[in-house]
Design a binder for this molecule. Structure first.
Ligand SMILES: Cc1cc2nc3c(=O)[nH]c(=O)nc-3n(C[C@H](O)[C@H](O)[C@H](O)COP(=O)(O)OP(=O)(O)OC[C@H]3O[C@@H](n4cnc5c(N)ncnc54)[C@H](O)[C@@H]3O)c2cc1C
Length: 298
């Protein structure tokens, strides 16, 4: 594909439905020429660059409870689709119980961008490089989706189908993401390797999350999610199984990092080669596991 030297935003109609059902019906009736709009930080870039050709952008920010950010010790955290990343980071409830989520948001671009960008937009864009997706995966995120048939839930772990592709159908609108209560003492780390410190997508992103768990032979549960090294954001079950069944020590972390490396299938692109990405997955996973272990008080 050639690069357009004079990109500009094409014309489109801005649609602001009064209800979620109106929005879902409009999106379903205009499948292929309408899409939901949150912060627009992905949409406008892709329209300007000629990847999206939608006639209608359907603003879903003000609908139903898309503005909600709430926490309940029994039910956990609920983040409305319209809640921007700065609001997530500033929330004392997020900082106290889901610090990993705040850390992942902090890695996204700049303060200015994060006043528009949302976690749900990051997820629905379905880029393998989405910086907040790993945290949402290991924290057990479940999406509330409104379609023409009403509400349903979609676990994030089975949401992605490929780069830019999800299980969503025409008319579907993600209204919020929910996370179960975080286990006591849980800790996590997000390591983003980019070409510069700010405002670039990751070459490799490694999320690790762990907590003490008497139900596992090792006494701990660790999970890892990888960004930019597969067609979709990637959970690594083999790492989780290894660290559940082996005594936690430096060799166990080294082997777990090898398993993460084996699980990924990166490509060469402008940000880095597949070979470099594979090597970095191993190095950064081991480092993230050690950092998390330390945060757990060991
Ligand atoms: C300068 C710049 C720097 C960036 N840096 C980073 C970075 O460091 N890390 C990173 O991960 N990303 C980065 N991004 C990408 C972008 O900011 C994020 O993906 C952001 O989280 C998208 O959120 P949004 O609310 O703006 O989504 P939008 O652009 O509004 O929407 C994104 C996609 O999701 C769909 N969508 C939106 N809302 C819904 C809904 N409720 N239901 C179903 N589908 C929906 C839209 O139709 C669209 O396809 C950057 C973008 C820019 C312009």
């Amino acid at each position: 594909m050639s690069i357009n030297a004079h990109p500009e935003l094409p014309e489109f109609d801005y649609v602001r439905p009064a209800t979620l059902m109106e929005a879902s019906r409009f999106l379903a009736e205009h499948a292929g020429e309408a899409r939901p709009l949150l912060g627009g930080t992905d949409i406008f870039v892709r329209m300007r660059d000629g990847f999206y050709h939608d006639k209608y952008l359907v603003d879903v920010k003000h609908l139903d409870s898309t503005d909600e950010l709430s926490y309940d010790p029994q039910r956990g955290l609920k983040l409305g689709a319209g809640v921007n990343m700065n609001r997530v980071m500033a929330s004392p409830m997020v900082q106290a119980h889901y610090a990993l989520l705040a850390e992942a948001c902090r890695s996204v671009a700049s303060y200015q961008l994060r006043t528009r960008a949302t976690i749900v937009g990051n997820i629905c864009n379905a880029s393998p490089a989405g910086d907040t997706i790993g945290a949402c995966l290991v924290l057990g995120g479940v999406l509330n989706v409104h379609g023409v048939g009403g509400y349903r839930q979609e676990p994030l772990a089975t949401f992605f189908r490929g780069p830019g592709k999800t299980v969503l159908q025409p008319g579907d609108i993600v209204t919020s993401i929910e996370f179960p209560p975080a286990p006591a003492g849980a800790a996590g780390v997000y390591i983003k390797l980019g070409r510069n410190t700010w405002s670039d997508l990751s070459i490799v992103g490694v999320t690790v999350y762990g907590y003490a768990d008497a139900g596992r032979a090792s006494g701990y549960r660790f999970q890892a999610a990888l960004a930019s090294v597969a067609p979709t954001p990637l959970l690594v079950p083999a790492l989780e199984e290894h660290l559940a069944s082996h005594p936690i020590n430096a060799e166990a972390f080294r082997q777990a990092a090898r398993l993460a490396q084996a699980a990924c299938s990166p490509i060469d692109d402008v940000r880095g080669s597949a070979r470099y990405r594979k090597a970095m997955v191993r190095t950064l996973t081991e480092k993230a596991l050690q950092m998390t272990w330390k945060k757990l008080g060991n």
